[in-house]
Design a protein around this ligand. Structure first.
Ligand code: GLC
Length: 650
């Protein structure tokens, strides 16, 4: 793609930055080569976002300067990392990737003590470590760290920025990439920009009021709210908060202390880009961009998934690549199937948006299939999603720190003969344990009185039945719950992308109600599934009589199977198949690297499977289960909740 003539010329003022002249010729030429090659990717999203601004050349020049400064500051080892990533751009798509997600304090205490737990992660094959929000949060309630007061400082309870940087280096030495959150949709109301905005401060050519959305009265908020869905209808109803000091209403999509940033102001884009580069230069390899669906508002819409939100991500992508091509961007957009795929880049943005995105649709589909003992909705939903570009990957998971919202569309439900609303209600009843026959122990999160929507909190193990089974001392039910846990882990591992293990799920940790005693957390039952790591339970992980060992070792077996199958690389296409039986879910991975057919019995009774006539592997001499190593016949039985990863026998 070449640059249209109406675009501003490639800026040059970065050349007068202190340090530029001293940079060696090769480093200068590298930056300039990237700048010229990437210019269409850099200029296009910014030009489209700010087309009506006369100062567009200045906006672009400032953005390039921010990035050039980061390039000058980039440490030697990180430049080497950039070169390594450029020589192996599919590093995060590989079949041996395994992600782990934890709260630093709840896992190890601090950045400094985390290395003492690395053997535990290595045992699980972890190559990607997401430390839940680490940047300085506001005091008091802070939405689990998603209300940041300072993007350049870490939470002092976890350690300093220098310690985070050291930790990133240590992790890299062990083959683990550090992943950190950047809350780019909103700041805490105590953030310096917000304080200056309230004070009505201006500096040079900028007014801090223009960083946020302020309204003098309800006229505009009332108009916006006609089409805005509620995110936290229970503890933070509405999307605007009256701020007496500012004598204004402020846009607050989430809690009243989280103020949405106004990206129609290019200064906001510039500030966030600077923060991304700051994290990248601290050794962060994957930046998790939080709540990206909400970054652009348009009257009369839900103000989610707007085209401009994608342009912002494309700008982040291109500019970051200029300074630090090793850094990967992860979109946190928990949206419906049709809105999700574009975050991985589509059309002109193919390969130019985020490399990673959460596959919440698959996650929801797995829980739905398990509750019903029926794969049809999951299969249909996956089949109706467009394929993703070959250079990106999903993050697959069964549980993380947030609630589960039932992202099942009415149309997909109808296609398999279900009523969307009734099915979503069923899932909430089932996983809150209210449905007769349910094994699950979850809690209802954010019941919406208007839409009657209910989301669900709870750990993987509690939702899969382990809590109730253990309480009852019912050994058979414990066995079934463990099988469900492993079934979900397995389907997460075989799908393709980076599979995530959420801290404690590898041991079958149960719901933790201790958050109720903490006033800053008591209102938010997502804390029920954010327990502190139980290291005593971890010590039982190889004790054959312990439940923890049955979960941990079962998971290890699955991870080893994945790591032995190059065909599970994210570039191998994935396809949900309808093999005839509604209660067996079938996921086919087939491509030049090889084949694998995952079959999962979604019920608590044995199911017969026949692969006679199945020809998607081409001519074969035999079949094998890659999990157990068993040779298989064309007909076999799947035990309750058993999965097999069928591959051609060697
Ligand atoms: C993301 C986070 C969630 C948080 C929200 C607001 O969705 O995962 O925990 O509440 O953003 O920052």
């Amino acid at each position: 793609m070449s640059a249209p003539s109406h675009w501003p010329a490639v800026p040059r003022s970065y050349r007068s930055l202190p340090g530029w002249a001293e940079l060696d010729g090769f480093a200068q030429a590298t930056f300039e080569a990237r700048l010229h090659t990437l210019w269409p990717d850099l200029a296009r999203p910014v030009t489209e976002l700010y087309a009506d601004r006369e100062d567009l050349p200045v906006v672009l020049d400032r953005l390039v300067t921010v990035v050039a400064r980061a390039y000058l500051d980039r440490a030697e080892d990180l430049r080497v990392l950039d070169q390594r990533r450029l020589s192996q751009p599919d590093w995060f798509q590989r079949h041996d990737m395994v992600g782990y997600v934890c709260y630093t304090d709840r896992f190890s205490g601090s950045f400094a003590t985390l290395p003492s737990r690395l053997d535990y992660l290595a045992e699980q094959g972890v190559t990607y470590l997401h430390l839940m929000p680490v940047l300085a949060p506001r005091e008091g309630p802070n939405d689990g760290g998603y209300a940041v007061v300072d993007y350049r400082e870490t939470d002092p309870r976890l350690g300093s920025m220098a310690e985070l940087r050291d930790l990133a280096t240590t992790l890299r030495g062990r083959g683990i990439s550090l992943v950190v959150d950047l809350v780019c949709n909103h700041t805490a109301r105590e953030h310096e920009w917000a304080r200056r905005a309230v004070a009505g401060e201006t500096a040079e050519d900028l007014a801090y009021r223009d960083y946020y959305f302020f309204y003098p009265d309800r006229t505009m908020p009332d108009q916006w709210e006609q089409s805005l869905p509620e995110v936290f209808p229970d503890f933070a109803p509405g999307s605007f908060t009256w701020v007496p000091e500012a004598d204004a209403w402020v846009w607050t999509t989430f809690n009243d202390y989280q103020w949405d940033l106004d990206y129609t102001n290019p200064r906001v884009l510039e500030e966030m880009l600077d923060v991304i580069c700051h994290l990248g230069n601290a050794g962060v390899e994957v930046v998790r961009l939080d709540a990206v669906a909400f970054m652009w508002k348009r009257l009369g819409t839900t103000c989610q998934n707007q085209p401009e939100a994608h342009l912002i991500l494309q700008a982040f992508r291109a500019f970051t690549r200029l300074a630090m091509p090793g850094v990967v961007l992860l979109a946190e957009a928990i949206v419906s199937p049709e809105d999700l795929v574009p975050y991985l880049g589509q059309g002109a943005a193919t390969g130019r948006e985020c490399e990673l995105a959460y596959h919440n649709v698959y996650m929801v589909g797995l829980w739905s299939a398990l509750a019903e003992g029926d794969a049809r909705l999951l299969t249909h939903t996956l089949r109706s999603m467009p394929p993703i570009p070959p250079s990106v990957a999903w993050l697959t998971y069964s549980r993380l720190h947030d609630d589960i919202g039932w992202a099942v569309t009415d149309a997909n439900a109808a296609a398999v003969g279900l009523d969307g609303f009734a099915h979503r209600s069923f899932l909430s009843d089932f996983y809150s344990g209210a449905h007769p026959g349910s094994w699950a122990e979850g809690e209802v999160f954010q019941e919406n009185p208007v839409t009657r929507d209910r989301r669900i909190s709870g750990t993987l193990a509690s939702l899969a039945g382990l809590e109730r089974a253990r309480q009852r001392g019912d050994g058979e039910a414990v066995g079934l719950a463990i099988r469900r846990i492993l079934l979900l882990h397995g389907l997460v591992l075989v799908h393709g992308g980076v599979p995530l293990i959420y801290m404690g799920d590898e041991l079958g940790m149960l719901n933790d109600r201790s958050y109720l005693a903490d006033p800053a957390r008591a209102e938010d039952n997502r804390w029920v599934h954010r327990p502190a790591m139980d290291w005593l339970a971890a010590e039982r992980r190889h004790d054959p009589t312990a439940v923890e060992a049955r979960v941990f070792e079962g998971l290890q077996q699955l991870v080893r199977a994945r790591q032995g199958l190059p065909q599970l690389h994210a570039q191998t296409p994935v396809e949900a198949l309808d093999l005839g039986g509604d209660d067996v879910f079938a996921l086919l991975r087939t491509g030049p690297r090889g084949h694998c057919l995952a079959l999962a019995n979604l019920t608590d009774a044995p199911r017969h499977v026949s692969l006679h006539g199945f020809d998607r592997f081409g001519p074969l001499s035999g079949l094998r289960d890659a999990i157990t190593g068993d040779d298989l016949w064309w007909d076999f039985t799947l035990e309750p909740y058993q999965q097999r990863w069928v591959v051609p026998a060697p």
